[in-house]
Design a protein. Sequence first.
Length: 119
Amino acid sequence: MKLKQKTSLIAISALAYYLSSPAIASNSNQHANEAIKHADAAKTHGEAGHNKVLLEHAQESLTHAKAAEKEYAEAHQHMTESVKHLEEAIAHAKQGHADVATKHTTEALKHMRQAAAEK
């Protein structure tokens, strides 16, 4: 391979890597963003006393929070705490305790946002 071809190949590879990096970073935050979105919806519905909808959003948030927990390195502790609070929120929502479930969802949101800020 000629020097010009090697140089072009390296330049194209570097450009492809550079262009794909934001997409990779964006995908790694996708689960955290979804977890926050659903936890926020759970909190809103919990404050309104909509226990069934709170439960649905808390369960969806938990699914995304667990996926995000694996992606977060330094902020791992906050995502782990959010998972614990979401599990408590779900348990209380199943018992019809929307007020307690809402409190746990609020705590989960705090930890998710801290994790997202640290990442």
